[in-house]
Design a protein around this ligand. Structure first.
Ligand code: NAP
Length: 249
């Protein structure tokens, strides 16, 4: 039997990269997928790739906008009558520059999307589950980055946002355990997605020399861990940080 048969899952950043790969694996494992992205077209393109297209819902959501996130919960309730019990925060952006040259706008944009956006989704959908009687439980999976741990140069905004996501996740794991809602955080390494398309070849070569497996990761390799954390196979995994880096740290 598929591991996630009938489960309702929400994935942000679902229009691309890791979010899209997670949606694809979720649908293979029998889940109903809410594919949320800032770009509705891309969310629809993701749903078009899934099994049983009509089971799923593409949704335009800007995670930085708490009101917009609240509205998305209403739309989900209207369509499915229940909130998702699995929530994956994969929406994220980079705006790289050296600290001395970074604009306030770029610093704030990254914190706002990666950290505040994760907060907005967690609080809205966490409340929806915690307020049910009895709570159905759940699994929240947040995507931070190994960049936060190693403090990549040129990414002070991104690194700070991702360390924040890790702390937010661990606090939620402690606060929400009583509702049987598990919260875990992934630290991917260098994964081949549109996010890293702008990284110059020279920089990629330099990074890959430090990766023991000598290659970039695939979005599907992150999706496998996401699906494990969403499933009951990980029922005692809570508050964990999982590095998926090919050994790079
Ligand atoms: P991606 O291909 O760029 O996908 C991210 C998606 O999130 C894009 O569709 C993006 O839209 C969307 N998004 C951006 N802002 C949003 C908002 N305010 N509301 C809703 N959606 C929004 O990136 P990815 O590589 O899959 O990254 C997914 C997550 O993994 C991110 O949190 C990233 O930081 C993390 N990560 C990635 C890597 C890597 O090497 N790829 C490594 C470590 C961690 P736009 O394209 O319009 O911005």
């Amino acid at each position: 039997m598929p591991a996630l048969l009938g489960k309702l899952v929400l994935v942000t950043g679902a229009g691309s990269g890791i979010g899209r790969a997670a949606c694809q694996l979720f649908s293979k494992e029998g889940a109903k997928v809410i594919a949320a992205d800032i770009d509705l077209n891309r969310a629809q393109n993701t749903v078009a790739l899934l099994n049983d297209i009509d089971e799923h819902l593409p949704l335009q959501v800007d995670v930085t906008n708490l009101q917009n996130v609240g509205l998305s919960l209403k739309k989900i309730m209207k369509r499915f009558s229940n909130p998702p019990t699995v929530v994956v925060n994969s929406a994220g952006i980079t705006r790289d520059n050296f600290l001395l040259k970074m604009s306030e706008e770029d610093f704030n944009a990254v914190i706002n999307t990666n950290l505040n956006g994760t907060f907005n989704i967690m609080q809205t959908f966490g409340n929806a589950l915690a307020n049910m009687d009895p709570s159905p439980g759940g699994s929240f999976i947040n995507i931070a980055s190994i960049a936060g741990k190693i403090a990549n140069i040129g990414q002070s905004n991104y690194n700070a946002s991702k360390v924040g996501v890790e702390a937010l996740t661990k606090t939620a794991a402690k606060e929400w355990g009583k509702f049987n809602i598990r919260c875990n955080v992934l630290l991917p390494g260098f994964i081949r997605t549109p996010m890293v398309e702008t990284v110059p070849d020279k920089v990629i070569e330099g990074i890959l020399r430090q990766v023991p497996l000598r290659r970039m990761g695939k979005p599907s390799e992150i999706a496998e861990v996401i699906v494990f954390l969403a499933s009951d196979k990980s029922s005692y995994v809570n508050g964990a940080t999982i590095e998926i880096t090919g050994g790079f740290f």
